[in-house]
Ligand binder design. Structure first.
Ligand code: FE2
Length: 183
């Protein structure tokens, strides 16, 4: 499946533009992570792009979220590795993270929310002026973007990445597609 086909499928299944942007942001971080770690950029990017494809179809039902998504992407013909990463990114299923790809999606997913929130509190609401240091500060403010699990973001250590480096990498990735993100 091509990247374009994947994006079309995401848009067919997800109406909310902010959710589509969340998946684009996750894609950008996953690609950048793959580049840093010497992994397959296309495969990791695709995983990020598709990971919440069922988010509206499952409408907040955490018992089916990501199970349906994994079924959908499997039907689309993605690899077993991509399917597994998508399946286990929802902790509710209690499926252990096994591969680097599983672990990367797990920590990249909430980082997008923290970085987006850090941009949106600025007067210009843009990513351009956001510094990694300020995202790090926001990370330590428990009440800020509370939905972005700090524990999950910090699990970047499982990939051998320090938190500061991970934030820097994620911010750079998202700045690279700021226009698409509307930030
Ligand atoms: Fe997500």
């Amino acid at each position: 499946m091509t990247r374009e086909e994947a994006l079309d499928s995401v848009k067919d299944n997800v109406e909310n533009a902010n959710l589509v942007k969340h998946m684009l942001a996750t894609e950008s971080i996953m690609e950048t992570l793959a580049r840093r770690l010497g992994e397959d950029e296309d495969e990791w990017g695709l995983t990020g792009l598709l990971h919440d494809i069922d988010v509206e179809l499952t409408a907040g039902d955490m018992n089916s979220h990501s199970k349906l998504g994994a079924d959908l992407v499997k039907e689309m013909g993605v690899s077993e590795a991509v399917t597994h990463a998508i399946l286990c990114h929802n902790e509710a299923h209690g499926i252990p993270l096994e591969t680097k790809l599983d672990k990367a999606l797990f920590c990249a997913d909430p980082l997008t929310g923290l970085i987006t929130a850090a941009a949106l509190v600025r007067p210009d609401k843009k990513l351009a002026g956001v510094e990694a240091k300020s995202v790090g500060k926001r990370f330590r403010e428990k009440g800020f973007a509370a939905g972005a699990s700090r524990e999950q973001i910090a699990s970047c250590s499982e990939l051998g990445l320090e938190l500061d480096k991970f934030i820097e990498l994620g911010l750079k990735a998202m700045k690279g597609i700021a226009k698409e993100l509307g930030l």
